[in-house]
Design a protein around this ligand. Structure first.
Ligand SMILES: *Cc1c(COP(=O)(O)O)cnc(C)c1O
Ligand SMILES: [Zn+2]
Length: 404
């Protein structure tokens, strides 16, 4: 595939494939020629590499080959809460437990092919874990910038891949721009949330969903949104499939934010095209640690995605997130992280407002596994200890009678 970049807002094209931003300030994405793209022509390669023809690199070696190809399953136990027919696209089944692997699988090998730069990232969550894993699997050094007060659990998850970890003091939020500048001055390529190659990788999640539904299209797709990178990739996928004639009516994109930091929701409600960055006085703590970017670099693009598909943006509170996370487990059997549980809480709000109807198909995308968040030693489950000699008698009273 020949690579050119373009801007979603002003449609300017650039042939310089190292650019990441348009002159108008918006992040760029990579255009794929999909007019002749057809499901039957996709090969039988594993995971996201089934769509290699629409990606800007050839299938690489390493852990990238394990990215994507996640299951889409019907989960009727969640229908009542969600207000429609629920399908789960479980992105927690990627090699490092989140959809970020789809982006790293394209962006890391592409950086490596371009030269001998160290791969860098600014994250202390799934982005860092994924980037470090993909870099080391191709034998390339990775440098991860984390906040100085990172929790030991998070540090351990990142450190298992042995990247160079730099704790940074000062305002961590400002590091996003600093990282792009570091890339200009030092032999580091920083793969931040809106890197164009990452966005290309993310579109494969949408391709997989639509191929599973073909020739139908799901009515609603619900994703959590923070930087807006994943939403951008999903929208890119929708646009490419529309151009290829593979979908007519696009699914409505529903983005969900944490009420603790929700600049995209605010802009959606105001009718603005650009989110207004939120100051630290306006934002709060949330259990949904993977989301809550107060100044989302792909925020304007995410808003366009929602408006273009006639979707919505909603915010949910930590209490709603906790309840939804529990439903995912108890009703669906899925262990999802709080950021991902927002999807269920969000569609439930939309259904209450009458924006989703019972006959509609809803794809919830739990973006990350909940297993990384466990291990705190806390649980609410009531247990009792029974001596082994009394086990049979005691179980008789605990279990439901046979035949029920
Ligand atoms: C990164 C992340 C998000 C947010 O995605 P953006 O692309 O920043 O909008 C949501 N959920 C999980 C689990 C993540 O790791
Ligand atoms: Zn532009």
């Amino acid at each position: 595939m020949s690579v050119s970049l373009s801007c979603h807002r002003c449609e300017t094209r650039y042939d310089d494939d190292t650019r990441v931003r348009c002159d108008c300030g918006e992040p760029l994405w990579i255009d794929a020629e999909t007019t002749s793209f057809a499901w039957d022509d996709c090969g039988n390669r594993s995971g996201m590499w089934r769509y290699e023809a629409a990606l800007p690199i050839d299938r690489p070696d390493g852990v990238a080959r394990a990215a994507g190809g996640t299951p889409l399953v019907r989960s009727p136990g969640l229908d009542d809460v969600a207000g429609g027919r629920v399908f789960i696209k479980d992105e927690g089944e990627n090699p490092t437990g989140s959809y970020k692997d789809r982006g790293s699988a394209v962006a890391v090998p592409r950086t490596i092919a371009a030269g001998d730069d160290v791969v860098g990232t600014v994250s202390y969550g799934n982005m860092a874990i994924s980037t470090a894993a993909h870099a080391t699997s191709l034998d390339r050094e990775c440098i991860v910038f984390v906040p100085e007060d990172i929790s030991p659990v998070r540090l351990e998850l990142i450190a298992q891949y042995e990247p160079t970890v730099v704790r940074v003091g000062g305002e961590y939020g400002a590091l996003y721009e600093d990282a792009l500048e570091l890339s200009d001055r030092l032999p580091i390529t920083a793969l931040v949330s809106d890197d164009p190659a990452r966005i290309s990788g993310y579109k494969t999640a949408l391709f997989e969903i639509c191929e599973s539904f073909a020739p139908e299209t799901p009515d609603v797709i619900a994703l959590p949104a923070s930087s807006g990178g994943f939403a951008s990739g999903v929208w890119l996928g929708i646009r490419e499939l529309e151009r290829a004639g593979l979908i007519d009516e696009p699914p409505r994109l529903c983005l969900v934010q944490t009420a603790a930091s929700d600049p995209i929701t605010r802009a959606f409600e105001d009718g603005s095209t650009d989110p207004t960055p939120m100051s630290s006085d306006e934002t709060g703590e949330t259990i949904a640690r993977s989301i809550g970017n107060p100044d989302p670099p792909s925020g304007a693009r995410a808003l366009s995605a929602v408006r273009d598909t006639d979707g919505a943006v909603v915010s949910v509170t930590d209490d709603e997130i906790r309840a939804a996370q529990r439903r995912f487990a108890v009703e669906g059997g899925f262990c999802v992280e709080p950021a991902s549980a927002t999807t269920l809480a969000g569609v439930s709000r939309l259904a209450d407002r009458g924006e989703i109807s019972a006959a509609e198909s809803i794809v919830l995308v739990p973006t990350g596994t909940g297993f990384k968040e466990l291990g705190t030693g806390e649980t609410d489950v009531a247990t009792e200890t029974v001596h082994r000699t009394d086990l049979a008698d005691r179980l008789e009273s605990l279990l439901p009678p046979r035949g029920e």
